[in-house]
Design a protein around this ligand. Structure first.
Ligand SMILES: [Fe+2]
Length: 120
C-alpha cells in the first residue's frame, strides 16, 4: 500500500512537470499543491500506523518530521489557493517536493528495511 501511495505521488509530480513544460503550470500548480497536502495527510498516517504496529524504533523522529512537513505543505497549499502564484511560491513548492522525495528515499527506505527484518 505504501509503495502504491508513493507511486501516486510521483505521478502527481510528473503531471505537474508536464504541465509546466506545456505552459499550463500555473493552473496545475494550485491543484498539485492541494493534492500533495491531502496526500501527505493520508499517507503519513498510514505509514505511522504501520510503524506503531511494528514497534518501529525510529517512530518518534519520523513522526516529528511528518508533523512539520504536513504543516508546511498545508500552509503553502492555502497560499496558492488564496493568493497569486509567484515564482517564490513555485520555488517553495519545488523545495518541499524535493524534501519529500529525499524523505522517501532515506527514511521510508529505512522503515522498509526494518519491516523486512534488516537492521536499521
Ligand atoms: Fe515517512
Amino acid at each position: 500500500m505504501i509503495d502504491s501511495e508513493h507511486r501516486m505521488l510521483f505521478d502527481a509530480i510528473n503531471q505537474l512537470l508536464d504541465a509546466c513544460a506545456t505552459g499550463s503550470g500555473r493552473t496545475q500548480i494550485t491543484q498539485t499543491a492541494q493534492f500533495l497536502a491531502d496526500y501527505v495527510d493520508q499517507h503519513f498516517s498510514d505509514e505511522e500506523k504501520l510503524q506503531r504496529e511494528n514497534e518501529y524504533p525510529h517512530y518518534k523522529s519520523h513522526h516529528t518530521f511528518h508533523i512539520k512537513y504536513k504543516e508546511m505543505i498545508r500552509n503553502l497549499s492555502n497560499e496558492f489557493k488564496h493568493s497569486e502564484v509567484t515564482v517564490q511560491k513555485v520555488g517553495e513548492l519545488n523545495r518541499l517536493v524535493s524534501i519529500l522525495i529525499s524523505h522517501i528515499k532515506s527514511e521510508d527506505k529505512r522503515l522498509a528495511n526494518y519491516l523486512k527484518g534488516q537492521d536499521v
